[in-house]
Write a protein that binds this ligand. Structure first.
Ligand code: NAD
Ligand code: TDX
Length: 358
């Protein structure tokens, strides 16, 4: 295959348009950030669904990374390399011979980026650059995991949703560094002919999410006897997707996506924060008003909404977890059953929020 050509176009030219066919069949992949929330869920997904694939997890184990997230997976399927994506020498050792890099590693929390942007520049921008250079040198396929936040926000009454054509307009230090990293991927694709795809996904929920994020913070607050905390007027809208559906979408794009293309991932899950909080309170037997209003996030994006029709149409993907109430109930259950997992991070996370008036 001519590696400069999009896989789907070549496939069509061969007279075969079966969307279920995987056109790229990796055997050895590197998953960066595979000890974080979404990366580790992807590693579980690959181990459970693709028995021929070996995964090397490259993770720095920052405050957000936890080796427990991939503990118990078979040692002959998953190897953990503890290290930094900015470490070019380390990349030189592990990248040759792998078929693809799926890049999840990032500093990922908006509130942290407002308090201290520096690590976001380094990991999200410089780290992506280092991975792109390693892929260029060793001719490795690269998938870039990004966020809908690169598009900025929408008004609550705007009928529009984000599409692959929406102009970039990031609001926070976090989203601006993710936008910058997407731009690097596009430039390396066009200039060097790298075989890349980009996905921009909406807000994920599910097991293994750090207690600094909205849904786990509120669930674990209630479990600790602390009141949930709602920013601003609580009307900000997020488009929720279960992390397992994000994993299946990334796999579809990695194996069937056209090189050089961007795909938006979303599951039609728009909800405002107060409705999500009410669902958590109700699901945990608390009164609807049993929470605190706290200081709003500076520059707080109002609404995110994803139109994922390109991904569904071109690659035949669809989400499995379409019942948010059920997904939330099983997430609450997971945090109830895994207190030893989240407890060590809880106190310091709440202390940080308290110092910020949140
Ligand atoms: P997370 O913060 O839970 O995990 C990030 C992981 O990356 C951690 O394991 C951390 O140790 C690792 N890491 C950080 N810096 C590193 C470095 N320099 N070198 C190697 N490893 C490093 O993040 P997440 O919520 O799982 O997000 C994963 C990716 O998905 C990010 O790229 C994020 O932008 C994107 N994303 C997240 C969401 C969401 O809702 N959380 C939505 C869309 C896209
Ligand atoms: O205690 C809280 N109270 C509250 O009202 C927290 C932590 C958040 N919020 C609000 C802010 C947002 O409107 O809840 C919403 C969700 O907040 P986060 O969980 O911090 O997520 P968000 O800022 O939307 O970003 C997430 O989705 C997109 C991820 O953290 C990003 O990595 C991803 O790119």
């Amino acid at each position: 295959r001519d590696r400069q050509q999009p896989a789907r176009v070549l496939n069509d030219s061969m007279g075969d348009t079966d969307m279920s066919e995987e056109l790229f069949e990796p055997r050895n992949i590197i998953v960066t950030g595979g000890c974080g929330f979404i990366g580790s869920n992807f590693v579980h997904y690959v181990v459970n669904n693709h028995p021929d694939v070996h995964v090397t997890v490259l993770d720095k184990l920052t405050y957000a990374g936890n080796r427990e997230n991939i503990a118990g997976l078979p040692a002959d399927r998953v190897e953990l390399v503890v290290g930094d994506i900015c470490d070019a020498e380390l990349l030189e050792r592990i990248v040759p011979g792998c078929d693809a890099i799926v890049h999840y590693a990032a500093e990922s929390h908006n509130d942290n980026s407002i308090a201290d942007p520096e690590p976001f520049l380094r990991t999200n921008v410089e780290g992506t650059y280092c991975l792109l250079e390693a892929c260029r040198k060793h001719d490795v396929r690269y998938h870039h995991v990004s966020t809908d936040e690169v598009y900025g926000d929408l008004a609550l009454d705007d009928p529009a949703r984000f599409t692959e054509e929406t102009p970039y307009k990031p609001s926070s230090p976090y989203s601006s560094t993710k936008a910058a990293s997407d731009m690097l991927v596009r430039a390396w694709t066009r200039t060097y002919g790298l075989r890349t795809t980009i996905s921009n996904c909406s807000n994920n929920y599910g097991p293994f999410q750090h207690v600094e994020k909205f849904i786990p913070r509120q669930i674990t607050n209630i479990l600790c006897g602390i009141k949930p905390k709602l920013y601003g007027d609580g009307l900000n809208v997020r488009d929720w997707i279960h992390t397992e559906d994000h994993s299946s979408a990334v796999w579809a794009i990695l194996t069937k996506g056209r090189y050089g293309e961007t795909y938006l991932i979303g599951a039609d899950g728009e909800k405002n924060n107060i409705d999500v909080l009410h669902a958590i309170l109700e699901g945990m037997g608390k009164a609807a008003d049993d929470f605190d209003w706290v200081r709003d996030r500076p520059g707080h994006d109002r609404r995110y909404a994803i139109d994922s029709s390109k991904l569904r149409r071109e690659l035949g993907w669809k989400p499995k977890h379409t019942d948010f109430a059920q997904g939330l109930a099983s997430t609450i259950e997971w945090y109830r059953e895994n207190e030893q997992w989240w407890r060590p991070a809880k106190e310091s996370t709440e202390a940080k929020y308290k110092a910020q008036g949140q």
